[in-house]
Design a protein around this ligand. Structure first.
Ligand code: INI
Length: 158
């Protein structure tokens, strides 16, 4: 048996969060936001520890995440958006750059960033994952952010 296991718990008490929410496909991203807020409040996060930052679309998320992470005012950042495939290659550029840029900002800053951006082939797939039969990926992203924020706190305490 390992002598020491380090992991984050699922309490949001004492943590501060920024939620970066895309306006594009807002009928989906607002449901993801509702799920994320539900997770945060149920796990003990007060309203005044939550900031919501709205951006035009998922493409704009990396620069905003980088700015927020640099300010070091939050224990974790949660990105919420929906990229839905259309008839052109636009989807691939937006989804690819959002994923890459958000991941880079997290890795370079040391602030955990949850990727609650749906990348779906159809509107139906997005609806399923935003409170439908596939659960709510906004809720899941917030739970991941809580666990990661607690884990980073523990790792830094040594
Ligand atoms: N933004 C999204 O978040 N989801 C999409 O599905 C999407 N599509 O399909 O175009 C989208 N485009 C907008 C993009 O994020 C930028 O806001 C826009 O290109 C201006 O920079």
């Amino acid at each position: 048996m390992p002598s020491r296991i380090i992991e984050g718990d699922l309490s949001a008490k004492g943590l501060r969060f920024a939620l970066v929410v895309g306006r594009f496909n807002s009928f989906i991203s607002e449901r993801l936001l509702a799920g994320a807020l539900d997770a945060l409040t149920r796990t003990g996060c007060p309203d005044d520890a939550i900031e919501i930052v709205r951006v035009p679309g998922s493409w704009e998320m990396p620069v905003v995440v980088r700015e927020l992470a640099g300010q070091k005012r939050h224990d974790a950042i949660i990105c919420l958006g929906a990229v839905i495939r259309g008839d052109t290659p636009h989807f691939d550029y937006v989804a690819g750059e959002a994923a890459k840029g958000i991941g880079q900002a997290a890795a370079e800053s040391g602030i955990p960033v949850a990727f609650g951006v749906l990348t779906c082939n159809t509107v139906e797939q997005a609806v399923d994952r935003a409170g439908g039969k596939g659960g709510n990926k906004g809720f899941d992203a917030a739970m991941t952010a809580i666990e990661m924020a607690q884990l980073m706190r523990r790792l830094r305490q040594g």
